[in-house]
Design a protein around this ligand. Structure first.
Ligand code: GDP
Length: 438
C-alpha cells in the first residue's frame, strides 16, 4: 500500500470549517511546495505567504515545515493552512499532485510514521481511537496508548523473553553434553512474572472496552411501566455527545448518556411489539440481538408483583427498579430494589450512581495501563496461554526445545501488538479503517 519513495498529500481536516489543513509528506515535499509557495521554507516555523498556480494566486496560506526526521511521519512534512473553501482545498491538492505528489491512501501518514519507526503499531491504532473518541474516558484511554501506553512495557518484556530464549537455544547447541545454561528455578520465576503481567493486561480489557465503547444498557418491562419516560429523563439530564444510532425508523434506536465521563448506551426497546411485517420483524430481531449484548439490564416495574425471572447470561448484570414511587410511596420492597419516579425525577441520581457502580472495577489513572483494543486483547490472551504452557513444560521437565517453542509463541504474540512482527494483512486491516489524511 505504501510507496515510501513517493510524496503523499491529503486534506487533514473535515469540510465545513473556516480553516483547512492540507498535509504533505515525503522527500520531495519541499521541492513540490517551492513551486507554489511564495517563501522559502524554514524548519519548524509557520510562514505566512501566498499559494499560487503560476502567476495566479489561489489563497493566502500559512505553511509549516517539519524537517525529517523530526516530524509525525519521520519524513519531510509540510502543513498548509488555507481558507476552508472546498474549492481552495481541492485546487491546492490538485496542484500539488500535478507537481509530483500522489494522493494519500487512508491512514497512510500514520502508516508511514509506523514504518519509519516513529511509533509502535499499537500507538498508530490509538491515533484512530483518539480521533473517534466521544467521551472523556475513551479519549483518555486512547491518548494514554498513543503516548506509548503498554508498548514500552511490552518491549521490555520482549527483551527479557529474548534473553531467556537465547539461553535455551544455547542449550540446544550443546544438546549432546546435557548442560543447562538457564537455571530452571530462575527461568520459572521469570516466565511466571511475564505470564502474570500479560494476563493482567489482558484482563484490563473488560474495563478498557467499556471506557472505549461505552456500556450497553437495556431497559425492559411491561408496557406502560415508564420505560420511555425513564429514558427521556436520563437522556434529558445528560445526553452524550455521541449521536443516537438509528439505522432506519424500524431499526433499533440507541440513546447515550455520559455518567462521570463513561458512556452508557441505552437500547430503546419501546418498538418491541408483535408484528407480522417482514421488515419490522427484522428490526425486532435486531433489537433482541442488542438486548442479548446488553451488559446491564434494567428491569423496570411499577408494582412488586411484576418482578419476573429474566434469562440473562452470566456476564449480564440485572437491576430491578421500581418506578412510579410518587403514586405509591409506601410499597414494601426488597432492600436492593431501587425506587424511582421517572416522571418526577425522584431517585434518578441514585440510579445513575448504581449504573456507575456496576462497571468493571479499576480506575483510569495516569499510571494504570488499560487495554482497549480487541486485537491487542486477543494477542495478549494467546501470549498468556503460551506462557502458561511454557510453565507447564518446565514443571514437567520437558526438553528445552519444547519450552523454547512455547516461549517463542508467546514472544510472537506480544510482538504482533507493537508491530515488530507484522504481516501485510494485519497492516492492511488496521489502516483501511482510517480516514484519508490521518
Ligand atoms: P412505557 O410503555 O414503559 O414506555 O411507558 P411510558 O414511559 O410511555 O409511560 C406510561 C405512563 O406512565 C405514562 O402516562 C407516563 O406519564 C406514566 N409514568 C411514567 N413514569 C411515571 C412516574 O414516575 N410516576 C407516575 N405517576 N407516572 C409515570
Amino acid at each position: 500500500m505504501s510507496h515510501l519513495a513517493s510524496t503523499i498529500v491529503a486534506p487533514a481536516t473535515a469540510q465545513g470549517g473556516a480553516i483547512s489543513i492540507i498535509r504533505l509528506s515525503g522527500s520531495n515535499g519541499t521541492d513540490i511546495i517551492k513551486r507554489h509557495f511564495s517563501r522559502p521554507l524554514e524548519d519548524r516555523r509557520a510562514l505566512f505567504g501566498s499559494f499560487s498556480d503560476g502567476d495566479k494566486i489561489i489563497d493566502e496560506v500559512v505553511v509549516t515545515y517539519f524537517k525529517a526526521p523530526r516530524s509525525y511521519t519521520g519524513e519531510d512534512c509540510v502543513e498548509i493552512s488555507c481558507h476552508g473553501s472546498q474549492w481552495i482545498v481541492s485546487e491546492i491538492v490538485r496542484l500539488l499532485i500535478s507537481s509530483g505528489a500522489v494522493a494519500a491512501s487512508p491512514g497512510e501518514f500514520t502508516q508511514r510514521a509506523f514504518l519509519n519507526g516513529k511509533i509502535a503499531l499499537s500507538q498508530a491504532e490509538a491515533v484512530a481511537d483518539l480521533i473517534a473518541s466521544d467521551s472523556r474516558a475513551s479519549a483518555q484511554v486512547a491518548i494514554q496508548q498513543m503516548r506509548g501506553g503498554y508498548a514500552q512495557e511490552l518491549r521490555v518484556l520482549n527483551y527479557e523473553l529474548l534473553n531467556i530464549l537465547s539461553l535455551l537455544e544455547l542449550e540446544l547447541d550443546f544438546a549432546e553434553e546435557d548442560v543447562e545454561f538457564a537455571d530452571r528455578g530462575v527461568l520459572g520465576g521469570l516466565i511466571e512474572k511475564l505470564h502474570c503481567r500479560v494476563r493482567d493486561l489482558a484482563s484490563s480489557f473488560s474495563l478498557g472496552n467499556v471506557l472505549k465503547n461505552g456500556v450497553p444498557v437495556a431497559i425492559v418491562g411491561k408496557p406502560n411501566v415508564g420505560k420511555s419516560t425513564l429514558l427521556n429523563r436520563l437522556v434529558g439530564e445528560e445526553r452524550a455527545i455521541v449521536s443516537s444510532v438509528a439505522g432506519t425508523t424500524r431499526d433499533y434506536i440507541e440513546e447515550a448518556i455520559t455518567i462521570d465521563g463513561i458512556v452508557f448506551r441505552f437500547i430503546d426497546t419501546a418498538g418491541l411489539r408483535s408484528s407480522t411485517d417482514e421488515i419490522e420483524l427484522i428490526g425486532i430481531e435486531r433489537t433482541y440481538e442488542k438486548l442479548r449484548q446488553a451488559a446491564i439490564v434494567i428491569q423496570l416495574i411499577d408494582n412488586m408483583d411484576d418482578v419476573e425471572e429474566l434469562s440473562l447470561s452470566a456476564e449480564q448484570k440485572l437491576m430491578v427498579v421500581l418506578n412510579k414511587i410518587d403514586s405509591n410511596p409506601t410499597v414494601p420492597t426488597p432492600p436492593d430494589t431501587l425506587k424511582i419516579s421517572a416522571k418526577n425525577g425522584i431517585g434518578i441520581s441514585e440510579l445513575r450512581f448504581a449504573l456507575l457502580s456496576l462497571i468493571p472495577k479499576g480506575s483510569l489513572s495516569q499510571h494504570s495501563l488499560v487495554v482497549s483494543n480487541a486485537r491487542h486483547y486477543e494477542a495478549l490472551q494467546r501470549g498468556a496461554s503460551a506462557f502458561s504452557r511454557a510453565l507447564q513444560a518446565l514443571s514437567d521437565a520437558l526438553p528445552s526445545d519444547l519450552i523454547a517453542s512455547e516461549i517463542r509463541n508467546g514472544l510472537y504474540s506480544l510482538q504482533e501488538i507493537t508491530g515488530e512482527i507484522t504481516t501485510d494483512d494485519i497492516l492492511g486491516n488496521i489502516f483501511k479503517n482510517f480516514c484519508i489524511g490521518k
